[in-house]
Design a protein around this ligand. Structure first.
Ligand SMILES: *Cc1c(COP(=O)(O)O)cnc(C)c1O
Length: 393
């Protein structure tokens, strides 16, 4: 188990024979892209989240760009997000010519902190057009609080739910948009279900779904309702804005549809394994914090993140990381604070701007967690981690 060839990854897709057959069926059909499977997949994801509209695209990064555009983000605007995220949550605002700023995280959930958001809103002259809370590791942000602030201060909300299709909040599936304008899921293979590359925007609003649709395909429409003047025939289309080619294919959506059948099972298995870690780590007083759950809802358990306590160990995170890697355990670190990336530092951000996210990053470690992680592998991770932490340098 410890040899390099059988490294236990931090995450991994689960592909069944049914998944494979579903993709083959599309390959043998008339359409590889722009056929019937894309809208069917959109319909099924929308039903799953009990919401009228879903617009699938080539990846979640494209979806975040589409969402910012649909909400009218432009060069005079500023968008706020969490520093504890993948760069795409911030880049989407820059694609629209807007500025980006960050709101520090809660020290326990590692999600965007609503109190810090309120404080920042109270003290700024440059109110955000859009705030993008990121449901870190699969656990929802405090959306009721963030939504209440959006009413008071007049900003829109895009939930970056890349980690948490299948998770829930206040009795409803995440993606239901009760507390946001648009929610985005990712279908990258390390996420909960996969289409290879892929993502989807969820919304309750028909006009937003239309904007997302046009932007995904060059700004083109074939619907007379949106055209200037008359249609010139059934071949006719009009470009009514500037968009991109952000389409997803029927092959990918066939995989997604098939995966959707097992989504709830994936979540159950992720949760079981998270509980197994919690129980194993709870037995011994270990020098790290386990994931903290405090929301009225269920995490989708995309990540199992431990936070080492530097006061209780002689090793630093890098030592622990390297030792586990050497033992064939594919640990990872989520996330390097976005504002500390060289590209973002050019906008004037510096170390110390978001101290909670920075302190969290120094000691964070993501352990392997995915539906097909075997108990034997998990026991090995637990045993190795405890051994590495107990060994002196
Ligand atoms: C994975 C991820 C993205 C980007 O998703 P892609 O589908 O790879 O474009 C955006 N935000 C977060 C928080 C992610 O984890």
């Amino acid at each position: 188990m410890s040899d390099k060839n059988s490294i236990i990854p931090y995450s991994r897709q689960s592909i069944s024979n049914e998944d494979i057959q579903a993709v083959i069926d599309v390959l043998k059909s008339d359409f590889l892209t722009q056929g019937p499977v894309v809208p069917l997949f959109e319909k099924k994801v929308a039903e799953y989240c009990s919401i009228p509209y879903a617009v699938a695209a080539s990846n979640a990064t494209a979806c975040l760009h589409m969402a910012c555009h649909a909400l009218g983000v432009g060069p005079s605007d500023v968008v706020w997000t969490s520093p504890n995220t993948f760069v795409a949550s911030a880049n989407c605002a820059l694609y629209c010519g807007a500025k980006v700023d960050f709101v520090d995280i809660d020290p326990k959930t590692y999600n965007l902190c609503p109190n810090k958001l309120e404080e920042k809103l109270r003290n700024t002259k440059d109110l955000p057009k859009v705030v993008i809370p990121v449901h870190f590791s699969g656990q929802s942000c405090d959306m009721a609080a963030i939504h209440a602030l959006s009413q008071k201060y007049g900003f829109k909300i895009i939930e970056d739910a890349s980690h948490c299709i299948g998770g829930s909040y206040r009795g409803k599936k995440i993606g239901n948009c009760d507390y946001s304008d648009i929610t985005v899921f990712s279908f990258h293979p390390v996420k909960i279900i996969t289409t290879g590359e892929g993502g989807i925007c969820m919304t309750k609003e028909a006009f937003l779904a239309e904007k997302l649709n046009h932007f995904r395909t060059h700004g083109i429409t074939r619907d007379k309702k949106f055209m200037e003047g008359k249609s010139e025939g059934s071949w006719y289309y009009q470009q009514i804005g500037l968009g991109y080619n952000y389409r997803i294919t029927d092959m990918q959506c066939a995989l997604g549809l098939s995966q959707l059948n097992r989504l709830d099972d994936f979540i159950d298995r992720r949760r079981e394994k998270a509980v197994y870690y919690n129980q194993a780590f709870g037995r011994n007083a270990l020098p790290f914090a386990i994931p903290y759950e405090n929301i009225p809802g269920e995490s989708a358990w995309h990540l199992y993140v431990i936070r080492l306590d530097p006061k209780k160990i002689t090793k630093d995170r890098k030592d622990v990381f390297d030792a586990l890697k050497k033992n064939g355990i594919g640990v990872n670190v989520h996330y390097i604070p976005v504002h500390l990336q060289p590209f973002y530092k050019k906008f004037g951000f510096r170390r110390g701007d978001f101290p909670v996210a920075e302190a969290y990053y120094e000691n964070a470690l993501s352990l392997p967690l995915f539906p097909n992680l075997k108990q034997k592998q998990q026991d090995y991770v637990i045993e190795r981690l405890e051994t590495v932490l107990n060994e002196q340098l």
